[in-house]
Design a protein around this ligand. Sequence first.
Ligand code: PXP
Length: 255
Amino acid sequence: MSHPPKLRLGVNVDHIATLRNARGGRIPDPVRAALLAIEAGADGITAHLREDRRHIRDDDMARLKAAISKPLNFEMAATEEMVRIALATRPHACCLVPERREELTTEGGLDVVGQHNALAPAIARLGEAGIRVSLFIAADPAQIEMAARLRAPVIEIHTGGWCDAITEGHADKAAAEWERIVAGARLARSAGLEVHAGHGLDYATAERIAALPEIVELNIGYFMMGEALFVGLAETVRAMRAAMDRGRARLGTAA
Ligand code: PXP
């Protein structure tokens, strides 16, 4: 492929807020992190306003929207409260995710097959307001087909299972998850969906997934914030960008 589609890097700043909230004050500020990440090459900023406000708070979303020059991706559950906040904030995009209070992070994808009746009005209201809606789902054919039927313009493939299998040394599971992601990305693209991916990605997994031409955006947070503690956020963003570029250069050669 002579002109590979650009692969965007969305930097998730949730865990700057996690650290700030450990002391309940104003530092470190996720808005400062967002500005620094953009200066270092991030194509967008992602933040998840959870129901329990454990990291990002309402005023963070408003401040991010006001301060950043790149697209803001507002991750949220498809609840009435969150839809209302998103409509008031007017981010570039909303990524709808499942949410349970007791989970440590977003553990699985949205069940769009089981919840299509509940999701359809949220997708429609956000879309009518000019907000690009993405659905965070597993690379499962039934979920992908339902996402297309619901006319969501974008899906984000949940890469957490694949990344965990690699970390835990389960090679067979990692290979099966990878095949599912490759097939899911192809199916989604052929159904007219824009395809993103995220959750649990590090330099190695981001480089590998960058070789899938259907995927045009990666959203990455936790690993990058951990690295940033040691080498700085700007250096981490540059290193992630370089890993993604190396992977993109192998476009179409991913096995
Ligand atoms: N994409 C979505 C939809 C997420 O919920 C998360 C976690 O907030 C991420 C990407 C980023 O995952 P991680 O922090 O593991 O990189």
